[in-house]
Design a protein around this ligand. Structure first.
Ligand SMILES: Nc1nc2c(ncn2[C@@H]2O[C@H](COP(=O)(O)OP(=O)(O)OP(=O)(O)O)[C@@H](O)[C@H]2O)c(=O)[nH]1
Ligand SMILES: [Mg+2]
Length: 148
């Protein structure tokens, strides 16, 4: 099955989001390498932050059905280059994480993410509160399995 590859900065909440999508609440540990899990591929944040890894992300995306760009709502800078999503050969969507956080600015996060993802749905999420998790699943599962 072709999967959704999740990319985003170190500590953006990618692995916690993966756990929430699978209904797990135990804390995520630091991601050290590509992790293939059911219909998702989790990536280390370093792969998105360091251009030396972009080729590796591109190569992996060829086996994927789509990519999910993750932006942390508590961060005020963009960790992706402009138009980043357009460089991948598959469908791209976005997720803003940690919208429950007192320092979260979801509107700002969406604006930052839009620079990397000019088109494609962006879902606002919180693994902590569960907000947006079902919505994100409903967005991603049909990309993995168009027959659904
Ligand atoms: N408040 C809040 N904190 C969150 C949420 N999701 C993740 N975090 C916190 O963000 C930190 C990083 O989470 P991870 O899921 O490990 O981040 P990651 O993107 O997988 O990081 P790397 O594996 O290093 O690339 C942890 O301390 C989480 O507890 C959320 O929905 N709300
Ligand atoms: Mg991780």
């Amino acid at each position: 099955m072709r999967k959704i590859m999740i990319i985003g900065a170190v500590g953006a909440g990618k692995s916690t989001l993966v756990k929430a999508l699978f209904g797990e609440s135990r804390p995520a540990v630091k991601t050290q390498s590509l992790v293939y899990r059911d219909w998702l591929i989790d990536t280390p944040g370093e792969y998105s932050e360091n251009p030396l890894y972009y080729r590796s992300l591109m190569a992996t995306s060829h086996q994927a059905a789509g990519i999910l760009l993750v932006q942390d709502a508590t961060r005020s800078r963009n960790y992706f280059p402009p138009g980043f999503a357009g460089g991948f050969p598959v469908k791209a969507c976005g997720a803003v994480t940690k919208i429950d956080h007192p320092q979260a600015d979801a509107g700002k996060a969406v604006a930052l993410l839009r620079q990397a993802l000019p088109e494609g749905t962006i879902v606002l999420t919180s693994a902590a509160s569960g907000a947006g998790i079902e919505e994100l699943k409903e967005l991603l599962l049909p990309i993995v399995d168009p027959g659904r």
